[in-house]
Design a protein around this ligand. Structure first.
Ligand code: PLP
Length: 466
């Protein structure tokens, strides 16, 4: 019986050819590859057969076509979709981290669509290195002898540890000393001990979770020690009975014992955070100045540039990284180099706080934020809205626990806060807000000047259907 029933249902399913005659699919096949649309049609027919086997009914051709259309619209529409970050988290890892400066965007545009001297020496007419320009910039900005840029900081660290303490390391020594308080997980499953393992280095942990002294490192140095690694605990803070060996102490120890010191700064700050009311974040310049052989940092956290891993340090050691076979595997692309070059130039010109969006947002005065929030309030004009004091965060694994005072536009929606936040996300340009104390809150700090109209419209629309 079931089989008879199933056979009937199977027979009432359209063929691929019949399905492709549905008007939606004709339009789809006109705009995209015919083969790709047919492939989606086959997948959906197979899904329908599976459903029939499970006791379901055959869907109508129109229903299947609608599913195919939705699937194509979701998968084939332009991506990533721009959105408005009203969360007040300046470096939001889920929302693409650092937005680029105008100069960086222009540099990408110029480099992306045509040919360039990426690996070409224009004067000599011979092959050049994609690193030479960026090395000079990194050195000039940080005060280091030499620099290198790769795909991201995770790969910079993997490359650095592989070149300094991996198979084939100088002298065959492989041990890397790390404080137990710094064997951290950065996020997305990226753990310092795992990266060390992957590089082929041997991890020697010293000290305890809360207290590690320079003497702990000193006691662990043997003839097998390849390096001391210091890691910025980017996303958490240990308070109370704590102690860490300073970079200066470690560099001095390294000098005395002939061991290079590698410093993973994570965020890689080039400006003084204290002038914006934040805790002092260790800067790259300080790390270089202290004499660490190699300093590692991200391009798209507090540098405010493209995804990149930047290494600044002593020529001898940077050179070793550049020559390692992994360097090719983790190399940075031309768009990243173009954006990074423009971003670093802003620091050389001392205009980063005016040009680099991450710093513009951090530096945004409270009264400016308040005025923008007030303007949104007036423009939307609903009793469900009010202004209130709140806090923005820097995010992106920098300055954990640190906040900047801000003014929030708070919505107490008629329905649930989740439903309201979802409606804001459903805007043509999605608006991402935060939920705090039963209110949906929007922070002007992370909303670009030109995006205010999008926020106002999204609020109006979301309130209208509430
Ligand atoms: C963020 C971070 C990394 C990874 O950097 P990516 O550029 O995201 O690859 C490595 N180390 C530390 C300490 C970090 O904070």
């Amino acid at each position: 019986m079931t089989n008879d029933r199933n056979n009937n249902e199977f027979r009432s399913l359209p063929s691929v050819e019949r399905l492709m005659q549905e008007p939606e699919l004709g339009g789809l096949a006109g705009a995209y590859s015919h083969a790709a649309v047919v492939s989606l049609a086959r997948q959906q027919l197979e899904a329908a057969r599976e459903a029939i086997r499970g006791g379901g009914q055959a869907p109508e051709p129109g229903q299947i076509a609608a599913v195919i259309l939705a699937r194509a619209e979701e998968g084939w529409a332009p991506w990533p979709r721009p959105l408005v970050n009203a969360t007040g988290v300046v470096i939001h890892t889920n929302l693409g981290r650092a937005p680029l400066s105008d100069a960086a965007m222009a540099a990408v545009q110029a480099a992306a669509g045509g040919y360039s001297d990426l690996e070409f020496d224009i004067q000599m007419g011979v092959r050049g290195s994609r690193q030479s320009h960026i090395s000079t910039l990194v050195a000039d900005v940080t005060g280091a002898e030499d620099g290198l840029a790769v795909n991201n900081n995770a790969s910079a660290l993997l490359l650095g540890l592989s070149a300094v303490a991996g198979p084939g390391a100088p002298g065959g020594v492989r041990e890397v000393i790390v404080s137990r308080g710094e064997g951290v997980e950065i996020g997305g499953g990226f753990r310092i001990p795992d990266v060390l393992l992957q590089s082929g280095a041997a991890l020697i942990e010293v000290g305890t979770t809360n207290r590690t002294y320079v003497s702990d490192y000193a006691a662990a140095i043997t003839e097998n020690t390849a390096a001391i690694l210091k890691v910025h605990p980017s996303n958490f803070r240990v308070t109370g009975f704590t102690h860490e060996a300073s970079l200066d102490e470690l560099v001095q120890l390294g000098r005395e014992r002939g061991v290079p010191v590698l410093n993973d700064l994570g965020s890689g700050c080039l400006l003084d955070t204290a002038q914006y009311g934040l805790a002092p974040e260790p800067t790259v310049q300080q790390s270089v100045e202290s004499g660490a052989e190699l300093s590692f940092f991200s391009g798209d956290k507090l540098i405010g540039g493209p995804q990149a891993g930047i290494v600044a340090g002593k020529s001898e050691w940077v050179g070793r990284l550049g020559r390692h076979p992994l360097a090719r595997a983790v190399r940075i692309d031309k768009m990243g180099l173009a954006a990074l070059s423009a971003t670093l130039t802003s620091y050389l010109k001392e205009t980063a706080h005016l040009e680099v969006p991450v710093w513009r947002m951090i530096a945004m005065p409270l009264d400016v934020i308040g005025k923008r929030a007030e303007a949104w309030l007036q423009a939307v004009g609903s009793p469900a809205l009010r202004l209130r004091a709140g806090e923005s965060t820097v995010g992106g694994g920098s300055l954990p626990g640190e906040t900047l005072p801000t003014t929030l536009l708070a919505v107490r929606p008629p329905g649930s806060t989740d439903a309201f936040a979802k409606r804001l996300r459903a805007a043509t340009t999605p608006v991402i807000a935060r939920i705090e104390d039963d209110e949906v809150v929007l922070d002007p700090r992370t909303v670009a000047e030109g995006e205010s109209d999008l926020v106002i419209q999204a609020l109006k629309d979301a309130l209208r259907v509430s």
